[in-house]
Design a protein around this ligand. Structure first.
Ligand code: BGC
Length: 371
């Protein structure tokens, strides 16, 4: 974002700051430049959102603005309370990543009713008209990159394939799975892979494209709920149920880095598993280390700096009475929400230095044994 944009916004901000400080009590000093924007993130328990918080604070701090960032801690009621709090404090734009796509509709509607612009951040709020804009990565491309990585590392036929998914309350879990299925299904149909751990996926393996309901049936069986412990227990249960012939050299679609590490640990501990290829996403520091150490195969880098910059630019566009850019739309069950999805990059041991270190995403000092 250009400095000019920020300075041009100063008048709006000063007005907002006066409003905010007036709410907080007597304004004795020159008002701080509080941005008339509030941010609500789903939970501190999933490392991804700490990345977003940090990158938001870095971007806004560098520009000299204060902004409120609230966490919902996996609780839709708390999310609603966070939104009500921000409305009361006079925010004009809400940037919100829903904990539960459908449950967040009520909070979005409350914001809309108060004249607040609603930007759905990373995850789409579903089943409501009260979403102005969607700031997102190309989540279909994330799943496609994961599926393609498995395809590129499989030879011959009959390779055991274990499928895992994110939380069914998260619209992204469907997009990731759809992207992966698009790539994997033809290679299941041609015998390259054999699905081991999902009878629902086996029942639908002849379908090149799946309806949302069909994906829901599969996801219901293979969901990690984005939770490490759930992921680990599910992987252990799957391995206990699997015959030795369904082990050996295996392929694992894991939806994100936290669940990938948990699932990888379960497969590492199984004596009948000779090797595994496992996917991930988010380029979490712990997973980049797992990739360097050969314990996780790949991750998908979603450069959160880009998403944060896009969200701030969209918020400023609304504050200045403009409309943020749009290249596509995402249907949320009720309306098509305008968006500009950001590109993603597949990262493994071969390009980890270039993609993660040289790009400035994480400093080399975070890791040991870099190739
Ligand atoms: C995000 C992922 C994240 C997951 C769990 C998804 O909506 O897009 O980056 O790993 O939620 O928090």
């Amino acid at each position: 974002m250009s400095k000019k944009t920020w300075y041009g916004l100063a008048s709006v901000l000063v007005v907002a700051a006066v409003v905010l400080s007036a709410c907080g009590g007597a304004a004795t000093e020159a008002p701080e430049q509080a941005l008339a924007v509030g941010i609500v993130l789903p939970t501190r328990e999933e490392p991804r959102w700490i990345q977003d918080e940090t990158r938001f604070r870095d971007a806004l701090g560098a520009a000299g603005y204060e902004v409120e960032i609230l966490f919902s801690q996996g609780d839709s009621a708390r999310e609603r309370a966070n939104v009500e709090d921000l409305i009361t404090r006079g925010v004009q734009v809400l940037i919100i990543c829903p904990q539960d796509a459908t449950a967040a509709a009520a909070a979005a509607e409350a914001a809309r009713a108060a004249g607040v612009r609603v930007i759905s951040y990373d995850r789409l709020i579903r089943e409501t008209e009260a979403v102005d804009y969607y700031v997102t990565f190309d989540s279909i491309a994330v799943g496609a990159a994961q599926g393609q990585y498995l395809v590129d590392h499989a030879t011959g036929s009959g390779n055991p394939l274990y499928l895992y998914a994110g939380a069914a309350t998260d619209n992204n879990a469907f997009l990731f799975f759809e992207g992966a299925w698009n790539v994997l299904q033809p290679r299941i149909a041609d015998g390259t892979f054999v699905i081991v751990n999902s009878s629902e996926a086996v029942a639908l393996q002849g379908e090149a494209t799946l309806t949302r309901d069909q994906m829901g049936q599969i996801i219901g069986q293979i969901t990690t709920n984005w939770d490490f412990n759930t992921a680990k227990s599910l992987a252990e249960a799957n391995l206990t149920a699997a015959a030795a012939a369904d082990k050996g050299d295996v392929f694992i679609l894991a939806p994100n880095d936290g669940t990938a590490r948990a699932i990888a640990d379960a497969f590492l501990a199984d004596g009948d598993v000779t090797s595994y290829v496992v996917t991930g996403q988010d380029a979490e520091i712990a997973s980049v280390q797992y990739i360097i150490d050969g314990k996780q195969s790949m991750t998908v880098l979603k450069d959160v700096r880009t998403l944060v910059a896009d969200a701030i630019a969209a918020a400023i566009a609304y504050l200045e009475g403009r409309t943020p850019p749009q290249t596509t739309t995402y249907n949320n069950g009720v309306i098509d929400v305008p968006a500009v999805p950001s590109a993603v990059i597949a990262v493994d041991r071969d390009n980890v230095v270039e993609a993660i270190i040289d790009s400035g995403y994480w400093p080399a000092s975070e890791f040991t044994g870099l190739p």
